[in-house]
Design a protein around this ligand. Structure first.
Ligand SMILES: NC(=O)C1=CN([C@@H]2O[C@H](COP(=O)(O)OP(=O)(O)OC[C@H]3O[C@@H](n4cnc5c(N)ncnc54)[C@H](OP(=O)(O)O)[C@@H]3O)[C@@H](O)[C@H]2O)C=CC1
Ligand SMILES: CC(C)(CO)C(=O)C(=O)O
Length: 302
């Protein structure tokens, strides 16, 4: 049995290279990649491995009958288009795991698909170092589950597989809450570090700290309206702990801006802004951050 990974970027290749130590793995991307891939571990070791890398032109070679799971590991804004290319080749009951940050494609695909659709949220960190190399920047944890708590056995099996491959994972029945907690972290950190082009730790500077606090305050009110229970020590502690733990990181949104790529601002900020609108909550800080990112990406539409 094998795993198919759609989206051979930083996280997709981390997943592929870790899983491939124990299982057959196929990568699918929209352009061809070198088969020989290198994974640099957080400890500085280099692991080399050859992976099967398919593109739309070579998709006929996919043996979909033997797939244990398909992992969709593109950015949120590419997820549905990427899946649509492969989906006609997959048996309808093929399990799918969604790895996106934000809360955008997860409810849509969970509703639309006939087969089991799980979501994963992770604190693993990875970045691409060219088309043939990925750096596992830091160890983390992964949680996996179905938005309505279904498919517990499948989630447990996949968590066990990931853990065995060196990516510690846990099956959970509250993945929705965990995705929204990550959303809070990403909303408080990513747009601000992207705007000021600073590493995460610089949000602690006196000039930026109050801006983060203002976003957290808006997020807290939204979470109450969305009936998302707070993390054990509250949202402010959650955010500031992540800022401290990732102080030297360039957040993904800043990396996207520096590389002139689209950002995941819709997937991260729109679910919050929608709850705010539906509950007549004032969220000037979140709205302004969304507008700035939207204006950069789609000038004239913001
Ligand atoms: N990297 C990290 O540390 C973490 C990432 N995440 C989340 O994981 C998701 C993936 O992130 P990351 O790996 O960093 O992103 P990347 O931008 O590194 O990778 C995305 C990949 O998807 C590919 N892709 C885009 N469109 C298609 C398509 N139509 N068909 C096939 N492949 C396609 C891209 O190809 P191309 O190269 O051609 O553009 C690229 O290889 C995001 O939602 C992110 O928020 C979550 C936690 C940590
Ligand atoms: C947690 C954080 C903010 C770490 O940089 C992240 O998830 C990201 O960069 O997108």
């Amino acid at each position: 049995m094998s795993h198919l990974i759609i989206g051979p970027g930083a996280m997709g290749r981390l997943l592929a290279l870790r899983l491939a130590e124990r299982l057959p793995v196929t990568l699918f991307g929209r352009r061809s990649l070198p088969h020989r891939q290198t994974l640099t571990t957080p400890e500085g070791e280099h692991h080399h491995r050859s992976l099967e890398c398919l593109t739309p032109d070579s998709l006929d070679e996919l043996d979909a009958s033997r797939l244990t799971a398909v992992h969709l590991v593109t950015k949120a804004y590419s997820a549905e288009a990427a899946l649509a290319t492969v989906a006609p080749r997959l048996p309808r009951d093929t399990p799918l795991v969604l790895w996106q940050n934000g809360f955008d494609v997860q409810p849509r695909l969970t509703r639309q698909r006939q087969g089991p659709t799980l979501c994963a949220t992770t604190t693993e960190g990875a970045y691409s170092n060219g088309d043939d190399s990925v750096v596992h920047a830091g160890h983390g944890s992964t949680w996996i589950g179905h938005l309505d708590g279904h498919h517990a056995e499948l989630a447990a099996t996949l968590a066990e597989t990931l853990t065995g491959a060196g990516l510690p994972a846990q099956a959970v029945d509250d993945i929705r809450v965990r995705l929204w907690h990550k959303l809070a972290v990403n909303a408080a950190i990513n747009p601000l570090v992207a705007r000021f082009r600073v590493p995460n730790g610089q949000l602690r500077d006196p000039a930026l700290h109050p801006m983060v606090d203002a976003v957290i305050e808006e997020v807290e009110a939204i979470m109450v309206a969305a009936a998302i229970p707070p993390p054990p020590r509250g949202f402010a502690a959650l955010v500031w702990d992540v800022v401290a733990a990732t102080a030297d990181n360039r957040a993904s949104m800043l990396q996207d801006i520096l590389a002139d790529r689209p950002t995941e601002h819709d997937a991260i900020l729109m679910p919050l802004l929608r709850v705010a609108r539906d509950n007549s909550l004032e969220t000037p800080h979140l709205a302004a951050l969304h507008q700035q990112l939207e204006a950069r990406q789609r000038p004239g539409r913001a």
